[in-house]
Write a protein that binds this ligand. Structure first.
Ligand SMILES: Nc1ncnc2c1ncn2[C@@H]1O[C@H](COP(=O)(O)OP(=O)(O)OP(=O)(O)O)[C@@H](O)[C@H]1O
Length: 626
């Protein structure tokens, strides 16, 4: 019971808990995005993401239902065309510099203005081509990086959606939201700026060196000696930067998770006078984040300073040599004779361009550290958990039970045979459990707390895969292929139904297609909730998490959700009358029996009155039927 109850929404958890706001962010960038609460599919409190027809999924793996399956390669795949175009643009500086240098050389030699016009036009033309190519390459890189970030977000959100709501190891909601919505943004500059610059660093200095070498071996040697020092120092700093960025990302994720969790439990915190303790922890967390952010900034500034220093030294050395060479005191260093003014100028113009990609690298160095750290966070999120949602990786448009061969339109039987299941490796919460519920039968599952009633309901609902044994609904075995469609004919009523901020009617409808105003009103009347709706001031929404409704009203609203969909012909209810006063419990019992008419009902309960209303009571003890 605990697993479903703590999730609040029970089945809503994997998507709604894990990635709601993250998905919202992803939606801005991707055309096809898994939606946490998809209307069409199940009739549970909310919809398992596997039922989302917009979710583009991979082919069935053929493995056992819900077995962890690592999503396909999530390594970033930025387009290299943009980076190549940008590197090419940088190379156009070489002919442009040549035109400029020889123009000045010609003017210094007394040639008339007319003689330098072609060279000046050449410099202009090369400049224009360079600017055009650079703009085009930047655009290409940015576009492909953006698409890649969307893909990574999508893949992380998908992986979250594939996890079973019962998987307690799934990432905390706040952390998942922070990684997908916020931290993923750090990947964009890494892919769109850092990687193209990295390409330039490899190509441009080499070509410039090749252009300088035929004129002066000494200039080439100066450049050659100064250049490797920069990447060497950058690599040393980079190791530290990556570490610091990772720590910063973890801290951001942890703080978000803590904040979201405590905001949800604000009433408890206030009621139990734990405000100060919570505030202190939050303050400590903010302080740690500040320290980590400062560490990242320090490293970012340090890396820029180191690079500027070495590139300035390199350029200065070349300039000093060329100056003294042209003036006479340093006559050597060129092949054979002395450099002309044009040749010297050409080398001087190329020297800063030689270091330019390295300086750019310093500017974007921090992008690398935070980008790599964000990629690792996304990768962690995209890892499969131990407990996966059966059929989620296989969910095509079969959101409707009609889509599976052999699914009838009458209340189905439920047969469980030799079922074994454990939340953790080695442990068994259910062991060799068999039970048959006839079509249209109403069965109560009774047993001590912790005996496995909720776990059994969750397995029948296809929220988690069994370790062994089979479950058949109306004769159709519950597998990865059929889980989505079979879930579509089940209605789940959890102990603590998750209520969304919005009106009572939108909370009942949940945006499901085929559940219009008529169905909602009929369902509300069926569970005697009409007076509650009537009493509420129009336009006043139910608060987030159900604020503004009593526990009994919230449960009746959950019954109305189950009743609103005509396709739901199995009702699974988890202690619907727990913690209610006798009168409210009687209302809920009556409502449950009304909505279960003509349907198969399995209810886990400790309530003797509810057991008395059932056709049969099955006792569960030690993970099997007693
Ligand atoms: N998500 C989960 N992860 C790990 N263990 C869990 C999870 N949910 C439940 N358990 C454990 O599984 C066992 C069976 O729990 P379950 O909720 O199925 O019992 P139950 O019979 O419904 O109990 P209750 O009547 O108190 O609701 C318990 O020992 C519980 O601690």
């Amino acid at each position: 019971m605990r697993a479903l109850a703590t999730g609040g929404a029970g089945v809503a958890s994997p998507a709604a808990n894990g990635a709601t706001s993250a998905l919202r962010a992803a939606r801005g960038e991707t055309a096809r995005v898994p939606t946490p609460v998809h209307a069409g599919a199940t009739h549970m409190d909310t919809v398992p993401p596997g039922n989302n027809p917009t979710l583009e999924t991979s082919e069935s793996s053929g493995e056992a239902p819900g077995k962890p399956e690592r999503p396909e390669n999530r390594k970033p795949r930025p387009s290299s065309v943009g980076a190549m175009v940008q590197a090419l643009a940088a190379l156009f500086w070489i002919p442009q510099a040549a035109c400029l240098a020889w123009s000045v050389g010609a003017l210094a030699n007394g040639a008339g203005l007319q003689a330098v016009v072609p060279l000046a036009l050449g410099a202009l033309a090369f400049g224009l081509v360079r600017a055009g190519l650079d703009a085009w390459g930047t655009r290409l890189s940015f576009r492909s990086a953006r698409a890649e970030v969307s893909r990574l977000r999508d893949s992380a959100a998908r992986a979250l959606a594939l996890r079973s709501p019962l998987d307690r190891e799934r990432p905390a909601s706040g952390e998942a939201a922070s990684v997908v919505a916020e931290q993923a943004d750090a990947v964009l500059p890494y892919l769109s700026r850092y990687l193209p610059v990295q390409r330039k660093v490899v190509l441009v200095p080499l070509v410039i060196l090749a252009a300088v070498l035929p004129f002066s071996w000494l200039s080439a040697l100066i450049l050659l000696i100064a250049a490797p020092l920069i990447p060497m120092f950058m690599a040393l700093i980079g190791l530290k930067a990556k570490e610091a960025s990772e720590a910063q990302m973890l801290e951001i994720g942890g703080m978000n998770a803590f904040l979201l969790d405590r905001l949800r439990g604000l009433a408890t915190i206030r009621a139990l006078d734990a405000v100060d303790a919570t505030a202190t922890r939050l303050r400590d967390s903010a302080e740690r984040l500040r320290t980590r952010t400062m560490a990242v900034l320090r490293i970012a500034f340090l890396s820029s300073a180191v690079l500027e220093l070495f590139s300035a030294l390199g350029v200065a050395l070349v300039a000093v040599y060329i100056g003294f060479h042209l003036l006479g005191p340093l006559p050597w260093g060129a092949w054979g004779g002395k450099l002309t003014l044009a040749e010297g100028l050409f080398i001087l113009l190329l020297a800063p361009a030689f270091f330019e990609p390295l300086r750019e690298l310093a500017v974007v160095w921090h992008d690398r550290a935070s980008g790599v750290a964000a990629l690792e966070s996304l990768d962690r999120l995209a890892r499969p958990g131990r407990l996966m949602l059966p059929g989620a990786s296989n969910a095509n448009d079969a959101s409707n039970a009609d889509d599976v061969d052999g699914v009838s339109h009458h209340a189905p039987s439920v047969t469980v045979d030799g079922l074994a299941f454990g939340y953790d490796e080695g442990a068994r919460q259910l062991d060799d459990l068999s039970i048959h519920v006839a079509a249209g039968e109403k069965v109560a599952l009774a047993g001590a707390s912790g005996s496995g009633k909720s776990s059994l309901l969750a397995l029948i609902a296809g929220l988690v895969a069994a370790d062994s044994g089979t479950i058949s609904i109306g004769g159709v075995p519950l597998t990865d292929e059929t889980a989505t469609a079979l879930r579509a004919r089940m209605a789940w009523i959890g102990q603590k139904p998750h209520l969304f901020s919005g009106s009572v009617t939108t909370n009942v409808a949940l945006g499901r297609p085929g559940v219009g105003r008529g169905e909602v009103n009929a369902a509300i009347a069926q569970v005697a909730l009409a007076d509650v709706v009537g009493r509420r001031r129009p336009g006043v929404p139910v608060g987030e998490g159900g604020d503004g409704l009593s526990g009994g009203e919230a449960l009746r609203l959950a019954l109305a959700r189950a009743a609103a969909d005509p396709h739901a012909d199995i009702i699974l209810a988890d202690e619907p009358t727990a913690h209610l006063d006798p009168e409210t419990a009687a209302d809920v019992r009556a409502g449950l029996l009304r909505i279960a008419q003509g349907k198969t009902l399995i209810v886990a309960t400790h309530d003797p009155l509810l057991m008395a209303d059932m056709d049969r009571v099955v006792a569960i003890s030690g993970g099997r039927t007693a």
